[in-house]
Each structure stands twice: as C-alpha cells, then as structure tokens.
Write a protein that binds this ligand. Structure first.
Ligand code: FAD
Length: 422
C-alpha cells in the first residue's frame, strides 16, 4: 500500500474497492474453488452495480474515465479476494471493452460495452488455440467472406469466462497470403449459432471462472463487428497487451498480499522452543524479504502505470516496462507465496489457511497473457532497439573507458578470427 503517493481521490477509490472486496461472500470463493460455481454472475453484477468495471473507460459508456495509476490501485484491491474473480474483472471490462471503445463501431459500444459495465453481460477473449498460445500470429482459426458477412471456423482454448460469456473477442486469419502480422482480424462474436463452449479443464487454481474450450463452426458475423477493420488485428492485439499484462501485474500484487499478512500474524503468535518463531532469523528474515519484494513489485507497477499515463514515453518503452512488470511481479509473487507458506510449516499446506489456494492461483500469472519467456523476448527486443536508438545518444559518461587498458583497441575483438580472415 503506497498511500503516501496516492491523491485523496485515489485513496477514496481504493477504499471503495476494498469495501467491494469485503462484500465478496466467502462461500462464493470456496464454491468457485470447488467448481460448484462455474461462472460467478453475482460478482460481476455487484461490480457493475457499484460502477467498478472498466474504470479507465469513458463515462459515456459507463466507465469512470480514470488513469492507469487509478486502475492499478483498484486492481490490487480486486486481486485480494480471489485471483479467479480478478481475472474475470479484468478480461471483460478492461480488455474486451477497451478494444471495442478504441476500435469498434457504435453499435458494439451500445450492445456490449454499456451492458457489460453494468454487469449484465460478459465478454471473453480468445487468442490461444490448442495449437499454441505463444505463437499468436500463427493462428489457424480463419474467417471467409460471404456477402457482407464473415464465416468463422476454428478453436480457442483456456478462455477465461468462456462458460458465462455472451460475446467473444476472436482473432481469425482473414488474409492467409499476407505476412503473419497483417493477416489477422479481431472479430466480436456473439454467442450465436455455431458457437460452442466446453468446460473441460481441471485447473490447478483460478477455478470457477468459466475457463473453457471455444469451438466455432461456420459462425456468421457481420463485417462491422471487426475491430480496427479487416486485417487490423495486430493493432488491437498490440494495444490490448497493456491492459492484459499491466492489469495482471497489479492484481497479482493484491492476490499475494494476504499471504504476507497471514504469515506475519501466524509467525508472531506461533511458538517453538519457547519463543515466537518470528524471533528466529530464518523465519523473520523470510517475512522481511517478502515485504521488501512486494514493495519493489508495487513500485515497478506504479512507475509503469505512470509511464503509460504520461503520454511522454515511447510505445516501445511502455511495452518493455509492462512486460518487465508482468514478469517481475509474477515471479516475485510466486516466491513470496512459497516463502510465506514455508514460515507456517505444515499448517500452511492445509486448507485451514488459504495459503495453499493463493499458491495454486497465482501460479497462473507466470503463464497467461503471454508466458514469462515471451516477456523476456519482448524486453530483449525493446531494450536493444531502445539502447541503439536513444540511450547511446545520451550525453552521459562512458564508463567503458574508465579502465586501465581501455585504449588497447587490439584487445577489443568483436569478430571471431575465422570470419575476420574471410
Ligand atoms: C487458466 C488459464 C486461463 C487462460 N485464459 C486465457 C484467455 O482468457 N484467453 C486466451 O486467449 N488465453 C488464455 N490462456 C492461455 C495462455 O495465455 C497460454 O496458455 C499461454 O500464452 C501459453 O500458451 P500455450 O499454453 O499454448 O503454451 P506454448 O505456446 O505451447 O508454450 C509452451 C512453453 O514454451 C515456451 N515458448 C514458446 N515459444 C517460445 C519462444 N519463442 N521462446 C521462448 N519460449 C517459448 C513458453 O514460454 C512455454 O513455457 C489461459 C491459460 C490458462 C492456463
């Protein structure tokens, strides 16, 4: 909690979201984890009633017109109750609705965004296919033109909220002969004839959020349901990777925070060898590291949100910072959750405490919305570009020459000898 950098309005937003998070019935969380609930309509209805969906979206469509910093403050608190609920909170409103607001026709804004932000309908997002998720541009789901419509065929899998969704944001190949980045279209597909969802996965965590397989068989959609026009999918995908990954980072902080709070209380009360176990450095230092890591993660997310809000940071640098935040926060959260579990001994491994659910839930953060290996690829690409385009031109001391033999140019060999002689 970085209260000291929040404005009065941001503190009040945080407190409002905290009240919503406190409202979430315990039975809903447990029933989702037991898969007795497969899609928590009640949660989204309540969020809509409280005007807590799509905070960054324009007021005219039911959002609040807030900033990225506001959004990450809210997302952290949303993550506290349950990771699965946070996934649903983010996907429908922050990703699909933002894509429609930025790239869709007015009809979609009225038919999807307005009711979704009220919690009346839901929209899921389908990028991943059984064939693979990392190679997004290798999609095989395809659409063929038929008069004024497009007919879509293909499959998507692991789609959060598929079970309860009324609409799907689907990427399909519309120009197979074009280069990979120019052949995809993002369509808004209603749950209509030819759309089938299957609830088939036994998930390790984030249960009860309707994650399923989506099968599209000769599904007819009008061309006006294409976001950013036909073959404009890359524009939608690139923009949506910010809410996907920054949103995930922020909510992951919230989901792991209770692990530290529970472990702090436990280790201050639990005794061994006549003393509270927090007095043993092996225990107390673990908690200290967890608090430090959580603050570092939050600092990274806040500064990334500031960069995204500023409008002064290049899109490549924002992309790098967002990918760094997603990777760093998810790996840090995993470390924190495991350290906290360790400080609690055997009882931390049972369902007497929710530590085991937190561990199961947040493991997803390293895999979804682009695996952490894909984050590394993006960070690498953007950093090398940024270094040679901008950083190298900065008027700063070049420390490479602050060494005794810095002038020995003959020792600075960059080519291998074989190549040199060619
Ligand atoms: C619970 C859950 C919910 C999800 N929700 C959604 C959703 O709502 N919508 C959606 O579209 N998807 C969703 N996903 C899918 C998720 O985004 C993908 O699982 C993820 O992108 C990885 O894709 P994949 O599973 O096909 O693995 P693959 O792409 O097959 O990758 C397997 C492994 O290979 C690595 N790898 C692949 N290519 C490279 C490379 N070039 N360099 C280095 N490493 C590489 C990956 O990092 C990974 O470790 C969800 C997944 C889960 C489990």
């Amino acid at each position: 909690m970085f209260d000291f950098i929040m404005t009065e309005k941001q503190r009040s937003l945080r407190d409002e979201v905290r009240q919503f998070t406190k409202w979430v019935p315990k039975e809903m969380i447990l029933d989702m984890d037991r898969e007795n609930i497969q899609f928590p309509h009640q949660y989204l209805k309540e969020a809509g009633k409280r005007n807590l969906l799509g905070l960054r979206l324009p007021i005219q469509y039911g959002g609040r017109g807030l900033s990225w910093v506001d959004n990450v403050i809210a997302a952290e608190e949303i993550g506290v109750a349950s990771y699965s609920l946070a996934c649903l909170w983010g996907v429908g409103a922050d990703i699909v609705c933002e894509a429609i607001v930025d790239f869709g026709c007015e009809e979609l804004k009225q038919e999807v965004v307005v009711p979704l932000l009220k919690g009346e309908v839901y929209a899921a997002e389908g990028l991943t296919e059984p064939r693979g998720g990392s190679d997004f541009f290798g999609a095989t789901t395809y659409a063929k033109k038929d008069g004024d419509d497009w007919i879509i065929n293909g499959q998507k899998r692991f789609i959060v909220g598929a079970e309860g969704a009324d609409w799907f944001l689907i990427y399909a190949v519309t120009d197979p002969s074009a280069p990979a980045h120019k052949r995809l279209t993002a369509f808004m597909v209603p749950r209509t004839k030819g759309v089938e969802t299957k609830y088939i996965y036994g998930l390790m965590g984030v249960r009860g959020g309707g994650a399923g397989r989506l099968i599209l068989k000769d599904v007819r959609v009008p061309e006006r349901f294409a976001l950013n026009g036909i073959n404009g999918g890359v524009g939608v995908f690139t923009k949506m990777m910010i809410p996907e990954r920054l949103g995930t980072a922020a909510m992951t902080i919230g989901s792991v925070r209770p692990a530290i709070e529970i472990a702090t209380r436990y280790t201050s009360k639990r005794k061994s060898f006549g003393q509270p176990i927090m007095n043993y450095q092996a225990v107390g230092f673990k908690i200290a590291d967890c608090v430090m890591m959580l603050d570092a993660a939050r600092g990274m997310v806040y500064s990334t949100a500031l960069a995204a809000d500023s409008g002064r940071v290049s899109s490549g640098r924002v992309r790098r910072m967002v990918s760094e935040s997603k990777k760093f926060v998810s790996e840090t959260a995993w470390d924190i959750a495991n350290k906290c579990m360790q400080t609690m001994g055997g009882i931390g491994y049972t369902d007497v405490y929710p530590l085991e659910r937190i561990v199961r839930d947040i493991r997803l953060s390293m895999i979804w919305v682009g695996s952490n290996e894909i984050m590394q690829l993006i960070i690498q690409n953007e950093w090398y570009k940024e270094y040679f385009q901008d950083v190298i031109k900065e008027d700063i001391r070049d420390v490479e020459f602050d060494s005794v033999n810095a002038d020995k140019e003959e020792e600075k060999v960059y080519q291998d000898e074989d190549q040199k002689s060619i």
